[in-house]
Design a protein around this ligand. Sequence first.
Ligand code: UTP
Length: 409
Amino acid sequence: MLDLEEARTLLAEHGQEHVLRNYGILSDSEKESLLRQIEALDFELIESVKCHEKQKTGKVEPIQFVDIDNIRENKVDYKRSGMEVLDDGRFACVLLAGGMGTRLGLDKPKGELNYGITETHYLFQKLVENLIQVRNEAKGASIPLFIMTSEKNDQETRKFFQENDFFGYPSEDVFFFIQEMAAAVDYNGKLLMEEPGRLATSPNGNGGWFSSLVRAGYLEELHSRNTEWINIFSVDNPLQKMADPVFIGATIANGADSGSKVVRKAYPEEKMGVMCLEDGRSSVIEYYELSDEMRNATDDNGTLLYGFGVILNYIFKLDKLEELLSKKLPCHIVEKKIQYVDDKNQLISPEEPNGYKFETLAVDVIRLMDYCVPFEVERQREFAPIKNLHGKDSLDSARELLELNGEKL
Ligand code: UTP
Protein backbone atom coordinates (compact mmCIF):
# COMPACT_ATOMS: atom_id res chain seq x y z
CA MET A 1 0.00 0.00 0.00
CA LEU A 2 1.09 3.59 -0.62
CA ASP A 3 2.46 5.51 2.36
CA LEU A 4 1.33 9.05 3.07
CA GLU A 5 4.26 10.71 1.33
CA GLU A 6 3.82 8.62 -1.82
CA ALA A 7 0.10 9.42 -1.85
CA ARG A 8 0.86 13.13 -1.45
CA THR A 9 3.30 13.08 -4.35
CA LEU A 10 0.97 11.14 -6.60
CA LEU A 11 -1.96 13.46 -5.91
CA ALA A 12 0.20 16.54 -6.38
CA GLU A 13 1.35 15.27 -9.78
CA HIS A 14 -2.30 15.23 -10.83
CA GLY A 15 -3.52 18.38 -9.09
CA GLN A 16 -5.67 16.46 -6.59
CA GLU A 17 -3.97 17.43 -3.29
CA HIS A 18 -7.31 18.37 -1.69
CA VAL A 19 -8.10 14.64 -1.24
CA LEU A 20 -5.77 14.57 1.79
CA ARG A 21 -6.98 17.81 3.36
CA ASN A 22 -8.64 16.01 6.30
CA TYR A 23 -6.01 13.29 6.69
CA GLY A 24 -4.84 14.63 10.06
CA ILE A 25 -8.24 14.19 11.70
CA LEU A 26 -8.99 10.68 10.38
CA SER A 27 -8.91 7.50 12.46
CA ASP A 28 -6.24 4.92 11.64
CA SER A 29 -8.66 2.73 9.72
CA GLU A 30 -10.02 5.72 7.77
CA LYS A 31 -6.45 6.72 6.91
CA GLU A 32 -5.69 3.25 5.64
CA SER A 33 -8.85 3.00 3.59
CA LEU A 34 -8.27 6.43 2.01
CA LEU A 35 -4.71 5.46 1.04
CA ARG A 36 -6.06 2.30 -0.55
CA GLN A 37 -8.62 4.32 -2.50
CA ILE A 38 -5.87 6.65 -3.74
CA GLU A 39 -3.70 3.72 -4.78
CA ALA A 40 -6.54 2.27 -6.85
CA LEU A 41 -7.23 5.49 -8.79
CA ASP A 42 -6.91 5.38 -12.57
CA PHE A 43 -5.59 8.88 -13.26
CA GLU A 44 -5.44 8.38 -17.00
CA LEU A 45 -9.18 7.80 -16.99
CA ILE A 46 -9.91 10.61 -14.54
CA GLU A 47 -7.93 13.05 -16.63
CA SER A 48 -9.70 11.99 -19.80
CA VAL A 49 -12.70 14.13 -18.70
CA LYS A 50 -10.76 17.21 -19.71
CA CYS A 51 -10.57 16.20 -23.33
CA HIS A 52 -13.32 13.65 -23.69
CA GLU A 53 -14.93 13.23 -27.03
CA LYS A 54 -17.84 11.06 -27.91
CA GLN A 55 -16.77 7.82 -29.52
CA LYS A 56 -17.15 7.98 -33.26
CA THR A 57 -19.90 5.84 -34.76
CA GLY A 58 -18.89 3.69 -37.72
CA LYS A 59 -20.94 3.02 -40.87
CA VAL A 60 -24.40 2.07 -39.65
CA GLU A 61 -26.71 -0.27 -41.58
CA PRO A 62 -29.81 -2.28 -40.71
CA ILE A 63 -29.28 -5.76 -39.29
CA GLN A 64 -31.20 -8.95 -40.04
CA PHE A 65 -33.63 -10.00 -37.30
CA VAL A 66 -35.04 -13.20 -36.01
CA ASP A 67 -38.53 -11.74 -35.83
CA ILE A 68 -41.69 -13.13 -34.30
CA ASP A 69 -42.84 -14.72 -37.60
CA ASN A 70 -39.52 -16.53 -37.99
CA ILE A 71 -39.72 -17.66 -34.37
CA ARG A 72 -43.27 -18.97 -34.82
CA GLU A 73 -42.20 -20.99 -37.86
CA ASN A 74 -39.09 -22.48 -36.25
CA LYS A 75 -40.14 -22.60 -32.64
CA VAL A 76 -40.09 -26.39 -32.30
CA ASP A 77 -36.55 -26.71 -33.63
CA TYR A 78 -35.22 -23.72 -31.72
CA LYS A 79 -36.75 -24.96 -28.51
CA ARG A 80 -35.41 -28.49 -28.94
CA SER A 81 -31.84 -27.31 -29.39
CA GLY A 82 -32.09 -24.73 -26.57
CA MET A 83 -33.61 -27.31 -24.26
CA GLU A 84 -30.64 -29.62 -24.87
CA VAL A 85 -28.32 -26.94 -23.51
CA LEU A 86 -30.50 -26.45 -20.45
CA ASP A 87 -31.07 -30.17 -19.82
CA ASP A 88 -27.30 -30.74 -19.89
CA GLY A 89 -26.73 -27.93 -17.40
CA ARG A 90 -24.56 -26.03 -19.89
CA PHE A 91 -26.20 -22.70 -19.05
CA ALA A 92 -25.67 -20.05 -16.37
CA CYS A 93 -27.45 -16.82 -15.49
CA VAL A 94 -26.03 -13.53 -14.27
CA LEU A 95 -28.34 -11.02 -12.64
CA LEU A 96 -26.96 -7.48 -12.89
CA ALA A 97 -27.94 -5.96 -9.57
CA GLY A 98 -25.05 -3.63 -8.83
CA GLY A 99 -26.80 -0.43 -9.97
CA MET A 100 -27.84 2.36 -7.64
CA GLY A 101 -31.37 2.84 -8.97
CA THR A 102 -31.04 6.56 -8.31
CA ARG A 103 -34.02 7.42 -10.51
CA LEU A 104 -36.27 5.35 -8.27
CA GLY A 105 -34.93 7.02 -5.17
CA LEU A 106 -34.86 3.77 -3.15
CA ASP A 107 -32.44 3.56 -0.24
CA LYS A 108 -32.02 -0.19 -0.67
CA PRO A 109 -31.11 -2.52 -3.55
CA LYS A 110 -33.46 -2.10 -6.51
CA GLY A 111 -34.35 -5.80 -6.40
CA GLU A 112 -35.96 -5.23 -3.02
CA LEU A 113 -38.60 -3.02 -4.58
CA ASN A 114 -42.05 -4.33 -3.71
CA TYR A 115 -44.16 -3.71 -6.81
CA GLY A 116 -47.27 -5.32 -5.29
CA ILE A 117 -50.34 -3.28 -4.39
CA THR A 118 -52.19 -5.35 -1.78
CA GLU A 119 -49.77 -8.28 -1.92
CA THR A 120 -45.99 -8.35 -1.53
CA HIS A 121 -44.03 -8.95 -4.73
CA TYR A 122 -40.32 -8.16 -4.69
CA LEU A 123 -38.42 -7.77 -7.94
CA PHE A 124 -35.78 -10.28 -6.78
CA GLN A 125 -38.52 -12.78 -5.94
CA LYS A 126 -40.22 -12.42 -9.31
CA LEU A 127 -36.99 -12.89 -11.25
CA VAL A 128 -36.16 -16.03 -9.30
CA GLU A 129 -39.69 -17.34 -9.86
CA ASN A 130 -39.33 -16.73 -13.59
CA LEU A 131 -36.12 -18.75 -13.56
CA ILE A 132 -37.61 -21.56 -11.48
CA GLN A 133 -40.29 -21.97 -14.14
CA VAL A 134 -37.68 -22.75 -16.82
CA ARG A 135 -35.65 -24.87 -14.46
CA ASN A 136 -38.66 -27.08 -13.79
CA GLU A 137 -39.23 -27.47 -17.51
CA ALA A 138 -35.57 -28.37 -18.03
CA LYS A 139 -35.94 -31.61 -16.12
CA GLY A 140 -34.80 -29.72 -13.03
CA ALA A 141 -31.25 -29.38 -14.39
CA SER A 142 -29.23 -26.96 -12.35
CA ILE A 143 -28.91 -23.40 -13.66
CA PRO A 144 -26.46 -21.46 -11.51
CA LEU A 145 -27.55 -17.92 -10.74
CA PHE A 146 -24.71 -15.43 -10.24
CA ILE A 147 -25.77 -12.11 -8.73
CA MET A 148 -23.62 -9.06 -9.32
CA THR A 149 -23.81 -6.57 -6.48
CA SER A 150 -21.71 -3.53 -5.58
CA GLU A 151 -19.87 -2.51 -2.42
CA LYS A 152 -22.89 -0.37 -1.61
CA ASN A 153 -25.54 -3.08 -1.71
CA ASP A 154 -23.74 -6.42 -1.39
CA GLN A 155 -24.38 -7.17 2.27
CA GLU A 156 -27.98 -6.09 2.15
CA THR A 157 -28.64 -8.14 -1.01
CA ARG A 158 -27.13 -11.32 0.47
CA LYS A 159 -29.08 -10.80 3.68
CA PHE A 160 -32.32 -10.32 1.77
CA PHE A 161 -31.86 -13.56 -0.17
CA GLN A 162 -30.95 -15.49 2.97
CA GLU A 163 -33.88 -14.12 4.96
CA ASN A 164 -36.22 -15.13 2.15
CA ASP A 165 -34.77 -18.61 1.69
CA PHE A 166 -33.51 -17.64 -1.76
CA PHE A 167 -37.15 -17.45 -2.86
CA GLY A 168 -37.19 -21.20 -3.35
CA TYR A 169 -34.04 -21.38 -5.49
CA PRO A 170 -31.47 -23.99 -4.36
CA SER A 171 -28.99 -21.94 -2.35
CA GLU A 172 -26.05 -24.04 -3.61
CA ASP A 173 -26.79 -22.65 -7.09
CA VAL A 174 -26.73 -18.99 -6.04
CA PHE A 175 -23.44 -17.05 -6.03
CA PHE A 176 -22.81 -13.40 -5.26
CA PHE A 177 -19.96 -11.30 -6.60
CA ILE A 178 -19.08 -7.63 -6.26
CA GLN A 179 -18.41 -5.28 -9.14
CA GLU A 180 -15.72 -2.62 -8.94
CA MET A 181 -16.28 0.98 -7.94
CA ALA A 182 -15.11 4.07 -9.80
CA ALA A 183 -14.27 7.54 -8.49
CA ALA A 184 -16.27 10.62 -9.48
CA VAL A 185 -15.10 14.13 -10.33
CA ASP A 186 -16.63 17.60 -10.52
CA TYR A 187 -16.85 19.55 -13.76
CA ASN A 188 -13.24 20.74 -13.26
CA GLY A 189 -11.97 17.19 -13.04
CA LYS A 190 -11.37 17.41 -9.26
CA LEU A 191 -12.04 14.23 -7.29
CA LEU A 192 -15.13 14.52 -5.09
CA MET A 193 -15.18 13.31 -1.46
CA GLU A 194 -18.33 11.65 -0.07
CA GLU A 195 -16.99 11.85 3.50
CA PRO A 196 -14.09 13.88 4.91
CA GLY A 197 -11.84 10.83 4.55
CA ARG A 198 -13.48 9.00 1.66
CA LEU A 199 -13.50 9.54 -2.08
CA ALA A 200 -16.95 9.59 -3.67
CA THR A 201 -17.28 6.34 -5.59
CA SER A 202 -20.08 4.51 -7.34
CA PRO A 203 -20.47 1.20 -9.19
CA ASN A 204 -18.49 1.33 -12.43
CA GLY A 205 -21.38 0.43 -14.78
CA ASN A 206 -22.73 -2.92 -15.91
CA GLY A 207 -20.11 -3.60 -18.61
CA GLY A 208 -17.45 -5.12 -16.39
CA TRP A 209 -19.64 -7.98 -15.19
CA PHE A 210 -17.55 -10.74 -16.73
CA SER A 211 -14.18 -9.53 -15.47
CA SER A 212 -15.70 -9.06 -12.00
CA LEU A 213 -17.12 -12.59 -12.13
CA VAL A 214 -13.70 -13.92 -13.09
CA ARG A 215 -11.94 -11.81 -10.44
CA ALA A 216 -14.28 -13.31 -7.85
CA GLY A 217 -12.90 -16.73 -8.82
CA TYR A 218 -16.00 -18.17 -10.49
CA LEU A 219 -14.48 -19.22 -13.80
CA GLU A 220 -13.57 -22.55 -12.28
CA GLU A 221 -17.13 -23.02 -11.04
CA LEU A 222 -18.40 -22.38 -14.57
CA HIS A 223 -15.91 -24.80 -16.11
CA SER A 224 -16.64 -27.50 -13.57
CA ARG A 225 -20.29 -27.24 -14.55
CA ASN A 226 -19.42 -27.41 -18.28
CA THR A 227 -21.08 -24.04 -18.80
CA GLU A 228 -21.25 -23.06 -22.45
CA TRP A 229 -23.65 -20.11 -22.44
CA ILE A 230 -24.21 -17.22 -20.05
CA ASN A 231 -27.36 -15.10 -19.89
CA ILE A 232 -27.12 -11.62 -18.38
CA PHE A 233 -30.20 -9.60 -17.50
CA SER A 234 -31.25 -6.51 -15.59
CA VAL A 235 -32.87 -6.46 -12.19
CA ASP A 236 -35.59 -3.97 -13.00
CA ASN A 237 -37.79 -5.86 -15.48
CA PRO A 238 -40.19 -8.21 -13.68
CA LEU A 239 -41.33 -9.68 -17.02
CA GLN A 240 -37.76 -10.69 -17.82
CA LYS A 241 -37.64 -14.22 -19.27
CA MET A 242 -34.18 -15.66 -18.78
CA ALA A 243 -32.77 -19.05 -19.83
CA ASP A 244 -35.32 -19.02 -22.65
CA PRO A 245 -34.75 -22.21 -24.69
CA VAL A 246 -36.22 -20.71 -27.88
CA PHE A 247 -33.84 -17.76 -27.66
CA ILE A 248 -30.87 -20.06 -27.03
CA GLY A 249 -31.88 -22.31 -29.93
CA ALA A 250 -32.31 -19.38 -32.35
CA THR A 251 -28.86 -18.05 -31.44
CA ILE A 252 -27.29 -21.48 -32.01
CA ALA A 253 -29.20 -21.95 -35.30
CA ASN A 254 -27.67 -18.69 -36.56
CA GLY A 255 -24.17 -19.85 -35.74
CA ALA A 256 -23.71 -16.85 -33.46
CA ASP A 257 -21.69 -16.39 -30.29
CA SER A 258 -24.29 -14.08 -28.73
CA GLY A 259 -27.91 -13.07 -28.88
CA SER A 260 -29.92 -10.10 -27.70
CA LYS A 261 -33.61 -10.00 -26.92
CA VAL A 262 -35.17 -7.00 -28.63
CA VAL A 263 -38.61 -5.41 -28.77
CA ARG A 264 -40.20 -3.30 -31.48
CA LYS A 265 -39.97 0.36 -30.63
CA ALA A 266 -43.33 1.83 -29.66
CA TYR A 267 -42.63 4.90 -31.88
CA PRO A 268 -39.57 6.05 -33.87
CA GLU A 269 -38.39 8.60 -31.29
CA GLU A 270 -38.52 6.18 -28.38
CA LYS A 271 -35.34 6.51 -26.30
CA MET A 272 -33.88 3.02 -26.64
CA GLY A 273 -30.64 1.66 -28.02
CA VAL A 274 -31.41 -0.25 -31.24
CA MET A 275 -29.55 -3.08 -32.91
CA CYS A 276 -27.78 -2.46 -36.19
CA LEU A 277 -24.66 -3.34 -38.12
CA GLU A 278 -21.75 -0.99 -37.50
CA ASP A 279 -18.89 -1.35 -39.96
CA GLY A 280 -20.35 -4.74 -40.80
CA ARG A 281 -20.48 -5.99 -37.18
CA SER A 282 -23.49 -6.37 -34.92
CA SER A 283 -23.80 -3.38 -32.65
CA VAL A 284 -26.17 -1.17 -30.71
CA ILE A 285 -26.73 2.44 -31.64
CA GLU A 286 -28.11 4.84 -29.06
CA TYR A 287 -31.26 6.82 -29.86
CA TYR A 288 -29.39 10.13 -29.84
CA GLU A 289 -26.90 8.84 -32.41
CA LEU A 290 -29.60 8.18 -35.04
CA SER A 291 -30.33 10.92 -37.56
CA ASP A 292 -33.99 11.86 -38.14
CA GLU A 293 -33.82 10.14 -41.49
CA MET A 294 -32.53 6.89 -40.02
CA ARG A 295 -34.96 7.04 -37.12
CA ASN A 296 -37.90 7.09 -39.52
CA ALA A 297 -36.54 4.87 -42.32
CA THR A 298 -38.70 1.83 -43.09
CA ASP A 299 -38.54 -1.21 -45.37
CA ASP A 300 -41.19 -2.01 -48.05
CA ASN A 301 -43.51 -3.40 -45.36
CA GLY A 302 -43.34 -0.23 -43.32
CA THR A 303 -41.18 -1.80 -40.59
CA LEU A 304 -38.65 0.60 -39.05
CA LEU A 305 -35.14 -0.31 -40.21
CA TYR A 306 -33.75 0.75 -36.83
CA GLY A 307 -36.79 -0.19 -34.83
CA PHE A 308 -35.71 -3.03 -32.53
CA GLY A 309 -34.61 -1.91 -29.08
CA VAL A 310 -32.41 -3.86 -26.67
CA ILE A 311 -33.87 -4.77 -23.28
CA LEU A 312 -30.74 -5.86 -21.40
CA ASN A 313 -31.22 -9.59 -21.84
CA TYR A 314 -28.23 -11.06 -23.69
CA ILE A 315 -26.67 -14.49 -24.05
CA PHE A 316 -22.97 -15.05 -24.70
CA LYS A 317 -20.73 -18.03 -25.44
CA LEU A 318 -18.42 -18.46 -22.48
CA ASP A 319 -15.34 -19.34 -24.55
CA LYS A 320 -15.71 -16.11 -26.55
CA LEU A 321 -16.00 -14.05 -23.38
CA GLU A 322 -12.82 -15.64 -22.08
CA GLU A 323 -11.04 -14.83 -25.32
CA LEU A 324 -12.05 -11.18 -24.92
CA LEU A 325 -11.00 -10.87 -21.27
CA SER A 326 -7.88 -8.91 -22.06
CA LYS A 327 -9.78 -6.36 -24.20
CA LYS A 328 -10.59 -3.10 -22.50
CA LEU A 329 -14.16 -1.88 -22.79
CA PRO A 330 -14.59 1.80 -23.60
CA CYS A 331 -15.35 3.90 -20.55
CA HIS A 332 -18.29 6.30 -20.75
CA ILE A 333 -18.14 9.61 -18.98
CA VAL A 334 -21.60 10.35 -17.67
CA GLU A 335 -22.97 13.51 -16.08
CA LYS A 336 -24.64 12.70 -12.75
CA LYS A 337 -25.81 14.15 -9.46
CA ILE A 338 -23.05 13.23 -7.02
CA GLN A 339 -23.30 13.71 -3.25
CA TYR A 340 -20.15 15.24 -1.77
CA VAL A 341 -18.71 17.11 1.18
CA ASP A 342 -17.62 20.69 0.51
CA ASP A 343 -14.53 22.55 1.84
CA LYS A 344 -16.21 22.86 5.22
CA ASN A 345 -17.06 19.15 5.23
CA GLN A 346 -20.79 19.89 4.85
CA LEU A 347 -22.65 17.15 2.96
CA ILE A 348 -24.19 18.49 -0.25
CA SER A 349 -26.91 16.59 -2.17
CA PRO A 350 -27.16 18.41 -5.49
CA GLU A 351 -30.51 18.79 -7.25
CA GLU A 352 -28.83 19.00 -10.64
CA PRO A 353 -25.89 17.07 -12.13
CA ASN A 354 -22.64 18.42 -10.69
CA GLY A 355 -19.96 16.16 -12.14
CA TYR A 356 -18.96 13.01 -13.95
CA LYS A 357 -18.96 9.30 -13.21
CA PHE A 358 -17.10 6.68 -15.22
CA GLU A 359 -19.00 3.64 -16.47
CA THR A 360 -18.56 0.70 -18.78
CA LEU A 361 -21.70 -0.65 -20.43
CA ALA A 362 -22.95 -4.14 -21.22
CA VAL A 363 -23.91 -3.07 -24.78
CA ASP A 364 -20.22 -2.55 -25.54
CA VAL A 365 -19.65 -6.27 -25.05
CA ILE A 366 -21.98 -6.84 -28.03
CA ARG A 367 -19.65 -4.88 -30.29
CA LEU A 368 -16.82 -7.25 -29.43
CA MET A 369 -18.66 -10.46 -30.28
CA ASP A 370 -18.42 -12.00 -33.77
CA TYR A 371 -22.17 -11.87 -34.27
CA CYS A 372 -25.11 -11.07 -32.02
CA VAL A 373 -28.55 -12.30 -33.11
CA PRO A 374 -31.40 -9.85 -32.49
CA PHE A 375 -34.26 -12.02 -31.25
CA GLU A 376 -37.67 -10.34 -31.17
CA VAL A 377 -39.92 -10.81 -28.16
CA GLU A 378 -43.43 -9.57 -27.54
CA ARG A 379 -43.07 -6.30 -25.78
CA GLN A 380 -46.16 -6.63 -23.62
CA ARG A 381 -45.09 -10.08 -22.45
CA GLU A 382 -41.43 -9.48 -21.68
CA PHE A 383 -40.66 -5.82 -21.18
CA ALA A 384 -41.81 -3.89 -18.12
CA PRO A 385 -38.76 -1.85 -17.04
CA ILE A 386 -39.05 0.05 -13.78
CA LYS A 387 -36.77 3.07 -14.05
CA ASN A 388 -38.98 5.72 -12.42
CA LEU A 389 -41.93 5.76 -10.05
CA HIS A 390 -44.39 7.28 -12.50
CA GLY A 391 -44.71 7.89 -16.22
CA LYS A 392 -42.82 5.98 -18.91
CA ASP A 393 -40.91 2.84 -17.87
CA SER A 394 -42.17 3.19 -14.33
CA LEU A 395 -43.63 1.29 -11.44
CA ASP A 396 -47.07 2.39 -12.67
CA SER A 397 -46.55 1.17 -16.24
CA ALA A 398 -44.97 -2.11 -15.03
CA ARG A 399 -47.96 -2.80 -12.78
CA GLU A 400 -50.31 -2.37 -15.74
CA LEU A 401 -48.25 -4.80 -17.81
CA LEU A 402 -48.00 -7.33 -14.99
CA GLU A 403 -51.78 -7.27 -14.58
CA LEU A 404 -52.17 -7.70 -18.32
CA ASN A 405 -50.06 -10.84 -17.94
CA GLY A 406 -52.41 -12.20 -15.33
CA GLU A 407 -50.43 -11.28 -12.22
CA LYS A 408 -52.48 -10.46 -9.10
CA LEU A 409 -50.89 -7.49 -7.37
P1 UTP B 1 -29.48 1.24 -15.13
O1 UTP B 1 -28.73 1.66 -16.32
O2 UTP B 1 -30.94 1.48 -15.13
O3 UTP B 1 -28.79 1.89 -13.85
O4 UTP B 1 -29.17 -0.29 -14.88
P2 UTP B 1 -29.20 1.91 -12.32
O5 UTP B 1 -27.96 2.23 -11.56
O6 UTP B 1 -29.92 0.67 -11.89
O7 UTP B 1 -30.27 3.07 -12.21
P3 UTP B 1 -30.10 4.67 -12.25
O8 UTP B 1 -29.57 4.99 -13.62
O9 UTP B 1 -29.15 5.01 -11.13
O10 UTP B 1 -31.50 5.17 -12.01
C1 UTP B 1 -29.53 -1.33 -15.76
C2 UTP B 1 -29.14 -2.63 -15.09
O11 UTP B 1 -27.72 -2.70 -14.90
C3 UTP B 1 -27.42 -2.88 -13.53
C4 UTP B 1 -28.63 -2.39 -12.78
O12 UTP B 1 -28.68 -2.98 -11.49
C5 UTP B 1 -29.75 -2.83 -13.70
O13 UTP B 1 -30.03 -4.19 -13.54
N1 UTP B 1 -26.21 -2.12 -13.19
C6 UTP B 1 -26.11 -0.81 -13.53
C7 UTP B 1 -25.20 -2.76 -12.52
O14 UTP B 1 -25.30 -3.97 -12.20
N2 UTP B 1 -24.08 -2.03 -12.22
C8 UTP B 1 -23.95 -0.73 -12.52
O15 UTP B 1 -22.90 -0.12 -12.20
C9 UTP B 1 -24.98 -0.09 -13.20
